[in-house]
Design a protein around this ligand. Structure first.
Ligand SMILES: N[C@@H](CCC[C@H](N)C(=O)O)C(=O)O
Length: 283
């Protein structure tokens, strides 16, 4: 039961190649939860299950959160999976396509896999696509009462759902306190990833992240894409910007149609074998 561990700015994933798990159709919720557990398992912010066959792309990928739920897309996950394909020599050219449940993307390997650009697809603010409850509309500058505080938020999708909250000051404490309540608010029928956004200037933003199914994370590629797109839609930033997060920085370029090019680093952490004892515990 071989695993490959990587991190992208402190957002860590385990790549499990289905060919190493011939008796698994996919990892079960219980298996995902214990594998990702920081004390009882290997520990990670999620599992990348691939490469899988794909009809229209060169590779297929499924992405699982540490609570066992499945995500449609992950920006850091895609850079990590691209680096894994490169390291394993499963790709012969530096540019290739990957299909996710949230749509196809194209990766470009740079600096021998240490830096990767992913064409992530287009951001939409449409409530029926994200999804957000209520009549069809673009979800921009709406109000929501969470615990003791009223927030103004925008929502977006780049395959997976995001709720972006622009504020003049942000902190990890803010994300820990309010993030879980946004994530599970009934306005978001498929739950949501949450970003607290501070605009520094027209080329730089900061975000604090609460991820759906994972909790507080040090960085997120799809969150960077969504927060940058919202900041641009609100007229606060230009098309090329750096997203600053506790784990590091991601570069985002926004096209005319809100298509996103995301660039960031990937580091390999370890590879090894999971022991069967790991699965004796239920978490
Ligand atoms: N860390 C990821 C996002 C992973 C998926 C997310 N938790 C979801 O459920 O949509 C990223 O880098 O984008």
């Amino acid at each position: 039961m071989r695993f490959f561990k990587y991190h992208a700015l402190g957002n860590d994933y385990l790549v499990l190649d289905p060919r190493d798990f011939p008796t698994w159709r996919e990892p079960s919720v219980a298996q995902i939860r214990v594998i990702c557990h920081r004390n009882f398992g290997v520990g990670s912010d999620g599992i990348l299950w691939g490469p899988l066959p794909s009809r229209d792309s060169e590779f297929g990928l499924r992405i699982f959160n540490p609570d066992g739920s499945e995500a449609e897309k992950s920006g850091n996950g895609l850079r990590i999976f691209s680096r894994f394909l490169w390291d394993q020599r499963l790709v012969l050219t530096p540019s290739f396509s990957i299909e996710t449940p949230g749509g196809p993307v194209r990766s470009v390997i740079k600096e021998n896999g240490h830096l990767i650009t992913v064409a992530m697809g287009r951001v939409s603010f449409a409530s029926d696509k994200i999804p957000v409850a209520g009549p069809p509309r673009e979800v921009l500058n709406e109000r929501l009462m969470i615990l003791d505080r009223e927030f103004t938020f925008c929502a977006a999708t780049i395959g997976n759902p995001h709720c972006v909250i622009p504020l003049s000051e942000i902190s990890p404490e803010l994300a820990h306190r309010y993030g879980p309540h946004f994530e599970t608010h009934p306005n978001f029928p498929r739950k949501t990833n949450v970003q607290f956004l501070q605009v520094i200037d027209r080329a730089n933003i900061r975000i604090e992240i609460w991820e759906r199914g994972a909790g507080y994370t040090l960085a997120s590629g799809s969150s960077s894409s969504a927060a940058a797109a919202v900041a641009h839609r609100l007229g606060l930033v230009d098309r090329a910007l750096t997203v600053h997060m506790p784990g590091g920085e991601i570069g985002i370029e926004i096209g005319d149609d809100f298509s996103i090019m995301m660039t960031g680093t990937v580091n390999k952490v370890a590879e090894g074998e999971m022991h069967p004892d790991l699965f004796a515990v239920n978490v």
